[in-house]
Ligand binder design. Structure first.
Ligand code: MRU
Length: 344
C-alpha cells in the first residue's frame, strides 16, 4: 500500500492524489504553507488523512520557529494552527487533530523549545499510527456485517488514501476480503472530483479486490435489479444526533438504499464524531470552485463556462436513513453515539 502521508527526511511527504490514477507522484512539503495548500487543493483529502496531515503540518512549521522560550514560541505555533484550520471547513478531523497538537503544546510550557519541537513531531507521528490502528479495528468490526458473496456499493473514497492507511469504509471491505469472503465492490464515480473513479477504483485494483465502476446515476437501477446487498461510506463529520456529512451524493445513495431495503452503513473513527455539533443542520458545508463542475481537471470544458453553478462538496444524510455506524469501538445505532463517545 502506498503511504498517503508520512514524515520523510525533514519533510511531510504526501502522495499527490490530484494526479492519480495516471501518475504516482509524491510531494515533499518543506514548510507548513505547502501543507496547507496541499489540503486546500485536494492533493491530500479524506477526513482522517486531512487530520493526520494537519498534525504533521503543525509539527513541521514548529521546527522552523526561531524562539528562545515558550512565550515567544507558542503564539507562532498557534498562528500555524489557525492557518491550517482555515483550509477546509467540513471534515472535523482537521480541527480535532489541530486541537490535539495545541493541547500537546500547552502541556509542555515548562520544557525548553527544542524539547517541545521534538514532542510535537512525536505527537503527530502518534496521530498517524493511531489512525492506522483505528482503521484496522474498525475494519474487523464492520467485516462481520458483510457475508460471503455480497456486493457492496461505496461512494467517494474512504480508503487507505483517505486515511493514514487501510481506510474506513474500504477498511471494512478490505478486512472482509482478508477474511476470505468473496465480495464485489461497486464504486460510484463521485462527480465532480471523481474520487470514486480516480481513487477508489485505483486503490481496490492495487489490492486485487474486485471492483466495478459506475457513474453516480446508475446506483438506483442496480439496486432495483437486486445487484447491491449493502452500502458502506465514510464520513467527514457526524453530529451528536447521528446525522452524517459526507461527500456530495451520499444522501442520494442513502435514500435509494432505504427505498430498496438495502442496509446503509457509515464507517468512521472517533475523531469524526463531533458531539459539539447537535445535528446535520449545524455542519458547515464547503462550497468549491465552479470549474470542478464545468470542466474536466480545470481545462476541458463540459459546460458553458459562465453557466451558474452550485458546487457543495458535501451533503448531510439524516440519522434515520443510516442502518448503523461502524467505529473502532463497535457498531452502533446513530442515536447511540452521544452516549458511547461522550468522554472523548
Ligand atoms: O473532498 P474529499 O475528497 O476530502 O471528501 C472525502 C469524503 O467525503 C470521504 O468520504 C470522507 O472524508 C471519509 S474518508 C475516510
Amino acid at each position: 500500500m502506498v503511504p498517503t502521508v508520512e514524515w520523510k527526511d525533514g519533510a511531510v511527504r504526501l502522495l499527490d492524489q490530484s494526479r492519480l490514477p495516471g501518475t504516482v507522484e509524491f510531494l515533499d512539503c518543506r514548510d507548513y504553507q505547502t501543507v496547507a495548500e496541499a489540503i486546500r487543493t485536494l492533493k491530500v483529502r479524506g477526513a482522517p488523512a486531512i487530520g493526520v496531515t494537519a498534525a504533521m503540518g503543525v509539527a513541521l512549521g514548529a521546527q522552523s520557529i526561531n524562539a528562545m522560550n515558550y512565550s515567544s514560541f507558542a503564539p507562532a505555533v498557534i498562528k500555524i494552527c489557525d492557518e491550517l484550520a482555515a483550509t477546509r471547513p467540513t471534515a472535523v478531523n482537521l480541527f480535532w487533530a489541530i486541537e490535539r497538537m495545541r493541547r500537546k503544546l500547552e502541556s509542555l510550557q515548562a520544557q525548553p523549545v527544542s524539547a517541545i519541537k521534538q514532542a510535537l513531531l512525536k505527537e503527530s507521528q502518534a496521530v498517524l499510527e493511531e489512525d492506522i490502528d483505528l482503521c484496522k479495528t474498525m475494519g474487523r468490526h464492520g467485516a462481520n456485517l458483510i457475508s460471503d458473496g455480497e456486493t457492496i456499493l461505496t461512494h467517494c473514497n474512504a480508503g487507505s488514501l483517505a486515511t493514514a492507511g487501510y481506510g474506513t469504509a474500504l477498511g471494512v471491505i478490505r478486512s472482509a476480503w482478508e477474511q476470505g469472503k468473496k465480495i464485489n465492490v461497486i464504486a460510484d464515480e463521485t462527480r465532480p472530483v471523481l474520487q470514486g473513479s480516480r481513487l477508489t477504483a485505483w486503490e481496490l485494483m492495487q489490492d486485487q479486490i474486485p471492483v466495478t465502476l459506475i457513474t453516480d446515476n446508475m446506483a438506483g437501477s442496480l439496486m432495483r435489479q437486486g445487484k447491491i446487498h449493502l452500502c458502506i461510506v465514510g464520513a467527514d463529520r457526524i453530529a451528536a444526533n447521528g446525522d452524517v456529512a459526507n461527500k456530495i451524493g451520499t444522501y442520494s445513495v442513502a435514500v435509494l438504499a432505504k427505498a430498496h431495503n438495502i442496509p446503509f452503513y457509515v464507517a468512521a473513527p472517533y475523531s469524526t464524531i463531533d458531539l459539539k455539533t447537535k445535528s446535520g443542520a449545524d455542519i458547515p458545508i464547503e462550497q468549491r470552485n465552479p470549474l470542478e463542475v464545468t470542466t474536466i481537471h480545470g481545462s476541458h470544458p463540459v459546460a458553458p463556462l459562465n453557466v451558474a453553478v452550485y458546487n457543495p462538496a458535501f451533503d448531510v444524510t439524516p440519522a434515520e436513513l443510516i442502518t448503523a455506524i461502524i467505529t473502532e469501538r463497535g457498531v452502533f445505532q446513530p442515536g447511540e453515539l452521544s452516549v458511547q463517545f461522550q468522554s472523548t
